[in-house]
Ligand binder design. Structure first.
Ligand code: SF4
Length: 240
C-alpha cells in the first residue's frame, strides 16, 4: 500500500477513508500519483487492521460515505480485496473502487459482481492511438469490456474522464464516448477532471520526463462546451 487518507471527499460519495494501493501497469502522461506506479515497494497491512480503522471512522461516513480503494491500480490486488470488501460489507460499510478497468479476472469479477457498491471507472481515450499515447499501453477495449461486465452486474458505476484541450476534449471524442455508453443503465454520472499541471513536481522528484509540458488547461468556455455535449447522453455530468 502507498498511503491512507482519512475523511477524503474527492474519491466517491460522502466522507471516505481512501486507501491508495501501490502499483499500476499504465503510465498515464498526466498521472497525479506517479509515485504509486512502481509495482514494488509499499507497506503491507493486515486486512483486519484496515477493517478496524474503517470501523473507527464509520460514524463520520454518514449515509453515503465509506471506503474507497484507489492507487495506483487497486485491482492488481483483487485477490486480497475480495476478503477485505467482504468484511467491510459485513460491517455495513459502503465500498468503492477507483480503477482504470484493466484487470478482469476471477477475483476482480467477484468484486464487481458482489462486493463493490460503486465502481469509478477511468475512461482514458476513445481512440486506440490516443489511448496508447496517454497510457503507454495498447488495447482500450479492455476498459470497455470491464464496463460491460459491470453493467451486467446491475450495480452502480461512475465514469471519470480527464479533459485535455485538443487531446481528449474535442466534440468528436465526447460524442463518441456518449454514443458508446448512452444505453448503460448503471452509469449514475460522469465526472470530468479538467487537466492541470499540479502533479508535475512529483514527476520531477522521480526524475521522470513529464511529456505533457505543452498541454494547456481548458478555458471555462471549453469546459462548458464539453459539459453541454455530455449532458445529451448522461444523467449527471459533474466537473471536479
Ligand atoms: S491509471 Fe491512474 S494510477 Fe495508473 S498511471 Fe494512469 S493515472 Fe496513474
Amino acid at each position: 500500500m502507498h498511503s491512507i487518507e482519512s475523511f477524503g471527499t474527492h474519491d466517491g460519495p460522502g466522507v471516505r477513508m481512501v486507501i491508495f494501493l501501490q502499483g499500476c501497469k499504465l503510465k498515464c502522461l498526466y498521472c497525479h500519483n506517479p509515485d504509486t506506479i512502481d509495482t514494488h515497494g509499499g507497506k503491507e497491512y493486515h486486512i483486519e487492521e484496515l477493517v478496524q480503522m474503517a470501523i473507527k471512522e464509520k460514524p463520520y461516513f454518514g449515509k453515503r460515505g465509506g471506503v474507497t480503494v484507489s492507487g495506483g491500480e487497486p485491482l492488481l490486488q483483487s485477490k486480497e480485496l475480495v476478503p477485505f470488501f467482504k468484511r467491510l460489507k459485513e460491517e455495513d460499510i459502503h465500498t468503492n473502487i477507483d480503477t482504470n478497468g484493466r484487470v478482469l479476472n476471477h477475483f476482480s469479477e467477484e468484486l464487481l459482481d458482489k462486493y463493490a457498491d460503486l465502481v469509478m471507472l477511468d475512461i482514458k481515450h476513445m481512440n486506440e492511438e490516443g489511448y496508447e499515447y496517454i497510457t503507454g499501453q495498447k488495447n482500450k477495449e479492455t476498459t470497455f469490456n470491464f464496463a460491460k461486465h459491470r453493467e451486467a452486474s446491475g450495480k452502480k458505476m461512475w465514469l471519470r474522464y480527464v479533459l485535455i484541450p485538443e487531446i481528449t476534449n474535442t466534440p468528436e471524442l465526447l460524442h463518441a464516448m456518449g454514443e458508446h455508453f448512452k444505453d448503460y443503465n448503471t452509469i449514475e454520472k460522469i465526472e470530468l477532471q479538467p487537466y492541470h499541471k499540479l502533479g508535475v513536481h512529483k514527476w520531477d522528484a522521480l526524475e521522470w520526463d513529464y511529456q505533457l509540458k505543452d498541454a494547456r488547461e481548458n478555458s471555462p468556455e471549453e469546459i462548458d462546451a464539453a459539459v453541454a455535449i455530455l449532458k445529451q447522453y448522461f444523467k449527471e455530468v459533474r466537473v471536479n
